[in-house]
Write a protein that binds this ligand. Structure first.
Ligand code: HMG
Length: 384
């Protein structure tokens, strides 16, 4: 029995802010952003967008293509949740028109939890091969203005259908895992922006990569040289380069796997979207699928990281013919259609982001589902 990703689709916010603009106003060389951290733009959500609307935009094409038969579980991974009690997937369930006989839940561990959601989904399908699980990763990454993380903000969602006999990626059973209780990045309940010890977070990311890789190998995982590509969690795309260099040093010191050109196809989307937390590693994967060569039957590695901190390394094999399943043009059109905003508007929107009480939002999104506002503490969503 093979289980894995049967379909994958992504969405992002309807606004875009260029890092050249940020660098100009900060009076620094844009090379720090373009080459130093590997980012050119960040996606931002419009006033009537959030993790639910992006999730709906990402998932709708999957439901349209595959229907809802056998779909009995939706797992929503996010670290920018919109309610302390009600799962974001409950809102999504209605917006996608899913049947009542579906369990839905939200999971959290910083940027890592979508990978946990996939592992849970694999377990469900292993017990009941006729069931399919919709896994959603959706996040808005926000840091304080004038902070070290500001240039790495972003917004995006990836939806994946996990099933038996997948058409895109067969996920292999071995995983390497690693956890340590550290304060590299966190967001207390009273804040909508994250707190981060930036340089330390880079160090913990790399330690976690090494720990997860060693555990992967100890549990019978494949050799590093057998991976055609590795998709890394990309808080900024240069992080993938640091990851590849670290992994090559410990896993394949005499080989050619450090070849960082092989990362190029995995960074295309994230360099334009910014950090999308839980969605970031799966956007790296989608970027490889859409922009890379046909790698049918090749093994792909995944390193998933969430601050706090948890890491996991696993592998999968691309299913021959997977290219025919992709929606490359749709995502590229969505990226191109984002409305560019300037520095003043960007800062104004950042400050105005945290609204309290009842309010209505302006009609701005390019998607079919809107976050219409708040009434008596209830978030309202509408489909066009
Ligand atoms: P910084 O400290 O301001 O930047 O921010 P820097 O001075 O370290 O410069 C960055 C790189 O640009 C350096 O290269 C410079 O040399 C280079 P490196 O030494 O790293 O190879 N540079 C230039 N290159 C070309 N031309 C120039 C130029 N100037 C400088 N002119 C920092 C960096 C990562 C700290 C910041 O972006 C940050 O705080 N980001 C947020 C935290 C983060 O992304 N951490 C990553 C690991 S943790 C993680 O992945 C989890 C996370 O996604 C959250 C979650 O799990 O939920 C964040």
């Amino acid at each position: 029995m093979t289980i894995g990703i049967h379909d994958i689709s992504a969405a992002t916010g309807s606004l875009v802010f260029a890092l050249a603009d940020l660098a100009e106003h900060e009076g620094i060389d844009v090379g720090k952003y373009h080459r130093g951290i590997g980012q050119t733009e960040m996606s931002l959500t419009a006033e009537d967008e959030d993790i639910v609307t992006m999730a709906a935009r990402a998932a709708a094409p999957i439901i349209e293509r595959h229907g809802t038969e056998g779909l009995r579980t939706v797992i929503f991974a996010t670290e920018s949740g919109i309610d302390q009690s009600k799962a974001a997937s409950v809102f999504l369930h209605r917006l996608l028109g899913l049947p009542r006989a579906v369990r839905v839940v939200e999971v959290k561990e910083a940027c890592y939890s979508a990978t946990a959601a996939i592992q849970f989904a694999l377990g469900i399908v292993a017990r009941r091969a006729d069931e399919r699980v919709l896994v959603i990763a959706s996040d808005v990454a926000r840091y304080e203005l004038n902070s070290s993380g500001e240039a790495t903000q972003g917004a995006g969602a990836v939806a994946m259908l996990i099933s038996e006999n997948p058409a895109v990626l067969e996920i292999e059973p071995v995983s390497g895992v690693w956890t340590d209780d550290v304060w590299d990045f966190w967001r207390p309940n009273d804040r909508s922006t994250a707190l981060v010890d930036g340089r330390y977070s880079v160090q913990v990311y790399l330690e976690s990569l090494e720990g997860a890789w060693n555990d992967y190998r100890a549990h019978g995982g494949a050799e590093f040289s057998s991976f055609a590509r590795v998709c890394y969690h990309q808080p900024f795309t240069r992080m993938a380069v640091k990851g590849q260099q670290r992994l090559a040093r410990i896993a394949d010191p005499d080989g050619e796997s450090t070849d960082i050109d092989r990362l190029a196809d995995t960074v295309e989307y994230n360099s334009r979207i910014g950090n999308s937390y839980t969605a970031s590693i799966y956007l790296a994967f989608l970027s490889l699928l859409d922009n890379g060569p046909d790698l049918s039957a090749e093994r792909i590695g995944f390193f998933s990281y969430g601050s706090g901190a948890v890491g996991e390394f696993f592998g999968g094999v691309l299913v021959p013919g997977y290219k025919s399943q992709l929606r490359t043009e749709e995502l590229q059109n969505m990226l191109a259609a984002r409305r560019p905003i300037g520095y003043d508007e960007y800062r104004h929107r950042h400050i105005a982001y945290d609204r309290v009480g009842d309010f209505e939002t302006a009609d701005e999104t390019h998607g079919d589902v809107r976050f219409a506002g708040v009434e008596q503490h209830k978030r309202l969503y509408e489909a066009r």
